[in-house]
Design a binder for this molecule. Structure first.
Ligand code: SF4
Ligand code: SF4
Length: 293
């Protein structure tokens, strides 16, 4: 299958800046981790997404999506009703079982990926794993359920325990290397990571935040990130450098680039573009998960 045939147009939408957790390793500073778009802004954003041609995957993230009081009241039902797109979500999985059930019902037939992040500073491994096992059974077979976990450098044994608890329940576990200052943490003993990430993991097995500099990338054309203020960017690294601005969806504006470009950056911090077929020579088997927190 050619990379073009495999491309899944995708928008990652930060539906809330605010989060109900405060993880010490969060790549979003506490100062930035604030704010929740208002009703009229959400409606404008949904209108902008509805006008996209074809079928896209809209991946809702935060902050914490479920901690936006309008997530289940407005965002999810309106996305389902007013667009033809599939939905995915990235969450810290702190929502109640009742809220999760509501979400599963609302998105029936439309949910592509449910990514639950296990944050050791706020969640108990065994409780999280039991809830994950229960919730995965509520989802339709076509929905992919995956548990993400940050590989915290000084807590590798606990990270391994999280992996074991999730995998023992037959669920998928996805490691995220710890990111610092736009790069990846320099682990003192890289060999200790092998049992967690594998020896040469691809983008479906782990997020190692590689460099794809020079490769043709469709970010900006068929992929965009939309932040909590409604600003749309071609990808996270471009945004970090103040490049790739695509307009603001709160004003109804989302201007996609007309052609792919050679990647100009030294790090691709999130596996979504790689796993949705955006990057030349990185051929996905299908959409898998990534965390972008
Ligand atoms: S890592 Fe995720 S759950 Fe933790 S504070 Fe940041 S956004 Fe919230
Ligand atoms: S950083 Fe990744 S998503 Fe952004 S242009 Fe480069 S390859 Fe594409």
């Amino acid at each position: 299958m050619s990379p073009e045939a495999a491309r899944i147009p995708t928008i990652e939408w930060q539906v809330a800046g605010a989060c109900n957790y405060d993880c010490s390793y969060c790549i979003q500073s506490a100062r930035y981790r604030k704010g929740r778009p208002k009703r009229d802004q959400l409606a404008q954003a949904i209108r902008a997404f509805a006008s996209l041609p074809g079928t896209w995957e809209l991946k809702c993230s935060g902050g914490e999506a479920f901690a936006h009081p309008l997530f289940l009241e407005l965002i999810v039902p309106e996305l389902v009703m007013r667009t033809r797109h599939t939905l995915s979500v990235l969450t810290n999985f702190s929502a109640s079982r009742a809220e999760l059930m509501r979400f599963a019902h609302m998105t029936r037939g439309r949910l592509a990926v449910f990514s639950a992040s296990l944050h050791l500073e706020f969640a108990d491994i065994d409780e999280f794993a039991a809830k994950a096992e229960w919730f995965a059974l509520q989802l339709e077979p076509a929905t992919r359920f995956v548990v993400n976990q940050v590989v915290i450098p000084d807590r590798l044994p606990e990270v391994a325990r999280g992996k074991a608890a999730i995998e023992a329940r037959g669920l998928r576990w996805f490691p995220q290397l710890y990111k610092v200052d736009g790069g990846v943490h320099d682990y003192a003993e890289p060999e200790a990571l092998i049992p967690l990430t594998g020896r040469r993991p691809g983008p479906r097995q782990a997020n190692l935040a590689p460099s794809y500099r020079g490769r043709t990338c469709w970010a900006g054309v068929d992929y965009a990130v939309v932040d909590k203020d409604g600003d749309a960017w071609s990808c996270r690294t471009a945004k970090r450098h103040g490049a790739g601005f695509l307009g603001n969806v709160f004003t109804g504006e989302l201007t996609r680039a007309t052609a792919p470009q050679a990647c100009a950056w030294d790090i691709c911090p999130c596996t979504v573009p790689a796993n949705r077929g955006m990057i030349e020579g990185v051929t996905p088997d299908g959409p898998m998960e990534s965390e972008a927190e």
